[in-house]
Design a protein around this ligand. Sequence first.
Ligand code: UD1
Length: 421
Amino acid sequence: MDNRQVLVVNGGKRIEGELEVHGAKNSALPLLSAAVLAHGESILHNCPRLTDVDAACRILTCLGCRCSRSGSTVCVDATNVSGSEIPENLMREMRSSIVFLGAVLGRTGRCRLSFPGGCELGARPIDLHVSALRQMGAVITEEHGYLSCSAPSGLKGARITLSFPSVGATENILLAAATANGVTEIHNAAREPEICDLAEYLTKCGAKISGAGDGVIVIEGTERLEPSEHSVIPDRIVAGTYLCAAAITRGELILTHCEPSHMTAFIQVLEAMGCRTYAYGGGKLFISCKKQLSAPPTIRTMPYPGFPTDIQSLFTALCATAEGTSVFVETIFENRFRHAAELMRLGAQIKVEGRVAIVEGVKSLSGAKLCAAELRGGAALVTAALAAEGTSEISGLCYIDRGYESIESALRSVGADIRRV
Ligand code: UD1
């Protein structure tokens, strides 16, 4: 992509209409990695067209899989997995490629990849992944920025207790345990919907998994997984982004192809701020925000089913024009308020102290030149620009494109004045 591209937004237009939510990036990535374990061709529907998904497909090809896309369906033929190394350039392209570790190790008995290192959200350690796989019999060495893993006598089941319910570590353990010898228990497992989606696909492939979505997951290893067909769950963060876009422009929106039950934590906050929402069933959610919004009670990001860290930045933007003082406590990632300084260029009043941000609502925002520094923070800038008077210009689109299928087309279809130039 051309890095000079920017989004030009003429703010002040109300969001109104109907918008379809695409498949979840954070589900598609572990599902694509899981396909490595299946001996044959898996078919994944509702797979979003995102640069991170493209990067995952390049990793699959590099491992010897055949990967093709038709519309939103991606086919992964893992009949001949020949490689077990993920080149550094692909690891750098997408930090979350660490989720290939458990699957490649499970399928080939080894895996070599470069250390994912820090990222735009602060240090992103993988100690929980490494420690769990070691408990399952993997021999792991770290040198010159590379992680070399092997399971000389195969992976074996283990009782693993995570000190924090890490999403990525839970996924890697699930993947490694699916074909390990014996029973694996994950205590204090992550409970995110994406974990359930991964467990569901693996189960269709023949894995024996119980408890996904609860704090304790039990996996009875099977020798071999067969391919299957699966549809990626809707992206709850993308859905939340569009709800915030409707709310900040005091608009009215119907989301289709979404799953409101995955969004309870932030739908409650929108209601508390003065929005009206209604879930029709059949994946439809209505939101209306015709009046001035008021600041919500303190928002504290937490593991699922708590308030998602990924939607925090969108709500900071939303609260910028809500009446009163909003307080955000970010407990999951350090360095996740980088969008605050950019929002202030639009006239927002935000004070950040460590993991706390305090937003004093202002009457209106006005257009400015902004730069996205990470995915969701970038989407927050777009959302705020929709409500700002005048023209805003947002650069750093490579981050936004990692998680949104053409955010400008989606927003334009519901009334926004936004274009990519
Ligand atoms: C996933 C999501 C990301 C989301 C996050 C939390 C994907 C591709 N990404 O990221 O969008 O924001 O869940 O919901 O699904 N940690 C450790 N050691 C580890 C692993 C994690 O200390 O070995 C820490 C991290 O630094 C972070 C916290 O645990 O502070 C949460 O990380 P984790 O749940 O693992 O998030 P990801 O899987 O990286």
